[in-house]
Design a protein. Structure first.
Length: 725
């Protein structure tokens, strides 16, 4: 049998069962001398098995390798050695150099054309009663650099050689992540690899990877099986081609790589039409991939589906659509921290209601569309998720309980300090190391997000399910006052209820309410580009402020640019902060500190995206700054016609002594905090009674519920909802 016929028999097998029949019918597969241990090491079982914990995460590594290969090809075609000083230094730079400005390669035309260069194609049987038994194989194609057959063992079939470690613009570093998908390939772990070099020279090579069949003799002499690959006559099998029909979408194979994963064990919710179900799951893990991926199913599997091919361009693109029916708002915070480095935090707030669905159905829809993997805080490098937090962070750390099902936080760690990042992310890219750096980052995020726009959004949603409860408060006071409370119960309730005690009764004169009419705010009319930029806080024309050592201060600027000016794909702007001058306090001795050269040496910085004409920057002096130091900074807001700049002098001041609030706190602690009592009914026109529909944002009220106790953080009792129905 020719090598070409052999390859086509392997490739055309729809799933593991079909492939096994081919293998059993051909003698060369039965000859163990044709099989070689993957990575040249029979002890590879632990390395390969100890990769990604999920089938989707392992699949993402394959896509990452394909994106890397595509960028490598572009680099070679541009006449640049990927390892040279002339090569792009980051993946973002590589995309810009090889594909042009971002708003061009994000266009529909680019997506349509370029996604054909990276495809995922489904095959296999779907004629089962249950989706649990779907037997889907996946073929991954990229029009990348490809490999000569004689180079397979140093690339596709190697483990841990680090063959991309000195290429700065690619994601793969460890030369092992691509093996993680093997363990999800059926029971026998079959994976077919084929490739031809991008320049057209050489032959089309292929090999088959499998888990070594552990014989009785093996069991007597070895602890574990191993993974192995096929060679024929001690060579990677190959044959010449000009082009080959491999069932790709709108093209034939000429050069690049093909990998087929037989009977891939996709999780529930990703097993049906891959152009929808798998695409949505991939979007979660590839938040912002460098290149689009075409997902293709076929009519034989799903004859009634009208969209058998769709393009995956990551979750970010879906979230930031102008006409999104899910997203209420989003905003960004740029951090520059002396320890962790640079990060960009984007918070996406989902609408309480989607279309004409009620709140409960909306919450379920949002969860199914965006949070199948329970990733509510995602940490990415070059758009690929490296780890995540669940919504426990939102409810416990941020204490934004009403947003725990309606908030996604993206932390872009691409420019994070290497030393910090290496202590945070695992090589498997699917979880975080919960060490010192993890705790520091979690606390930093908590601090920044608690004082962000999220606080107001949470308050507004909280107020929407509250009423003026003066009357009901008196009712609960009276109710608890007459209870026979023992001392232990009283201490317990002290954390929650404020009960009027008999010996503390005092008649208090009610002060007349001031008729404070809210000021009518001037309507904000956003502009596409800023026409002015002004520091808010200058006194007598001088931009001078003080910041206490060890504390942070937020400064504000007025402008008229639209809210998403920093984040939009087309004609985006930026705000930058530079160090102009430093006047150090006099220091005696030979160990005097040197003059800082970069703003990051002087301040930890947090920059927020514009919000209705205001831009906020938070500055925290680093440990290098001393009381009495003076710093001049320049803040620039970019604009196509001219950049706007503001110069600000900052004095590092002595920390003020904390006001002695212990007595006040003691008095407050002696009181028993009173929760808000709120009446609810299924349908009500009374403004003092909350409807079940509004309340469904936090619970599903029904005729069977007498009351619902609400706590945003799971600890302090805040509201009691009494069901009148």
């Amino acid at each position: 049998m020719t090598h070409k016929k052999l390859f086509l028999k392997l490739y055309q097998a729809q799933n593991e069962t079909d492939l096994q029949k081919v293998i059993d019918s051909i003698d060369l597969f039965q000859d163990q001398s044709n099989w070689y241990p993957l990575g040249g090491n029979e002890n590879n079982f632990g390395t390969i098995e100890n990769q990604q914990a999920s089938a989707i995460g392992a699949l993402i590594e394959k896509f990452t390798n394909s994106i890397d290969a595509t960028l490598m090809k572009k680099c070679y075609e541009s006449g640049i050695d990927p390892r040279s000083v002339d090569a792009p230094k980051t993946m973002q730079e590589a995309v810009g150099v090889f594909y042009g400005d971002k708003h061009h390669w994000l266009s529909n035309e680019f997506v349509k054309n370029k996604s054909l260069a990276l495809q995922v194609i489904a095959s296999g049987n779907t004629k089962f009663k249950s989706a649990r038994t779907y037997d889907t194989s996946l073929t991954i194609y990229d029009d990348g650099e490809g490999q000569h057959p004689e180079d397979f063992e140093n690339t596709f079939l190697s483990i841990g050689k680090g063959n991309k470690n000195d290429i700065l613009f690619v994601q793969g570093k460890y030369n092992m992540g691509g093996t993680g998908s093997i363990v999800f390939c059926g029971k026998n772990r079959y994976q077919l690899i084929a490739s031809k070099k991008y320049d057209g020279n050489g032959e089309f090579g292929f090999t088959l990877i499998r888990k070594h069949p552990f014989s009785d003799e093996d069991k007597r002499t070895k602890k574990n099986t191993w993974y192995e690959y096929l060679k024929i006559d001690n060579l990677i099998p190959s044959f010449p081609i000009d082009n080959l029909d491999l069932g790709l979408h709108q093209r034939e194979f000429t050069t690049g790589s093909i990998i087929k994963l037989y009977s891939y064990d996709l999780p529930e919710g990703a097993r049906s039409v891959i152009s929808k179900d798998l695409k949505d799951r991939v979007d979660e893990f590839l938040f912002e991939p460098a290149l689009p991926i075409m997902m293709v199913d076929n009519k034989e599997r799903y004859p009634k589906d009208r969209e058998l091919h769709r393009v995956s361009f990551g979750l970010k693109k879906r979230l930031e659509k102008d006409d999104s029916k899910y997203i209420e708002d989003y905003f960004t915070i740029d951090l520059d921290n002396s320890r962790a480095g640079k990060m960009k935090i984007t918070s996406y707030i989902f609408k309480p209601k989607v279309g004409d669905k009620n709140v409960t159905k909306s919450r379920e829809t949002i969860r199914n569309e965006f949070f199948r993997s329970k990733m509510y805080v995602v940490f990415t490098m070059n758009g690929q998720v490296q780890g995540h937090l669940t919504n426990e962070f939102i409810s416990r750390s941020l204490k934004f309980g009403l947003l725990k099902d309606h908030l996604l936080i993206h932390v872009d760690c691409t420019n994070m300090e290497y030393d910090f990042r290496s202590q945070l992310f695992m090589a498997s890219r699917d979880r975080l190391k919960e060490g010192e750096e993890y705790r520091f980052l979690r606390n930093l995020l908590t601090q920044e997000l608690k004082r962000s726009k999220l606080a107001k959004i949470h308050k507004d949603r909280k107020d929407s399910i509250s009423v003026d409860s003066a009357d009901t408060s008196e009712l609960i006071k009276s109710f608890t006052k007459n209870l026979p409370l023992n001392s232990d119960l009283l201490k317990l309730l002290n954390k929650t209820f404020e009960i009027e005690k008999d010996d503390d009764k005092k008649k208090k004169k009610k002060k007349p309410k001031k008729n404070n009419k809210p000021k009518k705010e001037k309507e904000f009319i956003p502009q596409r580009f800023p026409s002015f930029f002004k520091f808010k806080g200058s006194k007598k024309g001088a931009n001078v402020i003080k910041i206490e050592k060890g504390k942070s201060r937020t400064i504000q600027f007025d402008t008229d640019v639209e809210n998403h000016y920093f984040d939009r794909d087309d004609d985006s702007g930026e705000i930058t902060i530079a160090l102009v001058d430093v006047g150090n306090n006099e220091t005696d001795g030979g160990d005097a500190k040197g003059t800082p050269k970069d703003i990051s040496e002087v301040f930890n910085i947090s920059k927020s995206s514009p919000e209705d004409g205001k831009i906020k920057i938070s500055l925290t002096p680093t440990d290098t700054m001393e009381v009495g130091d003076d710093v001049q900074i320049k803040v620039d807001l970019s604009s196509p016609e001219e950049d706007f700049k503001e110069l600000i002098w900052i004095e590092i001041a002595q920390p003020q002594k904390e006001n002695n609030k212990k007595e006040e706190e003691k008095e407050e602690n002696d009181k028993i905090g009173l929760p808000e009592l709120i009446l609810t009914a299924q349908n009500s026109t009374d403004k003092k009674i909350v409807s079940w529909e509004k309340l469904s944002d936090i619970t599903d009220m029904s005729y069977d519920n007498v009351m619902y106790i609400y706590s945003s953080d799971g600890e302090m009792l805040e509201k009691i909802y009494i069901n009148l129905d």
